[in-house]
Design a protein around this ligand. Sequence first.
Ligand code: NAD
Length: 369
Amino acid sequence: MDMFDQIAEMGHERVLVCSNPEVGLRAIIAVHSTVLGPGLGGVRMWPFKSFEEAMTDVLRLSRGMTYKAAAAGLNLGGGKAVIIGDPKLDKSEALFRAFGRYVESLDGLYITAEDVGTDMEDMEVILTESQWVTGKSPVRGGSGDPSPVTAHGVLQGIKAAVRWHYGNPDLSGRSVAIQGLGSVGYHLAEYLEAEGAKLLGCDIDRERVARARDDLGLEPVPLDDILEVECDVLAPCALGAILDNSTIPRLRCQIVAGAANNQMANEDRDGRTLFERGILYAPDFMINAGGLINVYNELGGEYNRERALRMTRTIYLNLMRAFEVSKAESVPTNEAADRVAEERIATIGRLGSRHWGRFISPEAPAAAR
Ligand code: NAD
């Protein structure tokens, strides 16, 4: 599809192509929606093979952020940026400063943060050129590592799903299989252990499995068996696209609720298959919103982790709402979550927004122009 058609179809408000050949900057900032607030989303650095590939990704990711922020109840829109380059080879102070100038030029319409290929040090450099940076280091009053907050949000989501499916949110004795015991997965395992859940799990890193086994009593599961293990909850906390035509028929869980982004290979097809199989799916962008809620708490005041953790508890209610819509309208939960987000954007959008344009009286009737 032609790039302009793609932008028009997805409804982006603004797309900024950033070029500075002197420092090797080739980047795109996409602001999908500012109806609810500034478009917040990380900047991804990746060796995209072409400009078109980078554009397709940034358009898709920025729209995803609009839905995520809206469904989380935040006063944020959706944005995202990509820098074309190899994060291992192409980083420099000048590159991130040049990028920061583009961010600043949008005057708060876009707020950047860390993403795949960028880190807190890069944010520090961008900060020298733009105030519109979040996910800063705690020494600058920032929120630091988001993973404990994300894990806390996933715990709320698991409780909501268990409540919906079994009629009671109590996790004691419930079995949860965690795929990936990294930053989020391990914190999640700690929370679940404190709730009395029975833990199963795997990771390609054997030391991480051993730590969870020794410290939390987790029962290790072979990597290839994790999706087929019998359990109440499967919590994907590693990779995306693990749910597809070949894996969904093999699942032996009642609920899928984990932190990983883009868990389905094909949203429409796989969401429906899960729905038809009666497996309750906690939409990924709703259940893993704790990271976004965490950086949101940096904006407009001093960051406070207690407040961020408290806010992540709304994930429980947000998921309950999606499950209700799914039941009432007989649609898969991922589709229901989209509807919840769209409804909020439409409702709040009707209140008016500073981005609607200036209120100047036209000098001629519309028909005459
Ligand atoms: P991480 O890199 O710290 O942990 C991922 C873990 O998965 C690692 O321990 C890795 O060894 C393991 N892993 C990789 N491939 C695997 C496989 N095939 N089988 C089993 N384990 C495997 O990442 P993270 O920050 O914990 O994030 C986990 C997921 O959650 C990612 O999809 C991420 O996009 C998503 N997420 C994270 C946050 C956050 O706050 N960190 C927020 C929202 C979403």
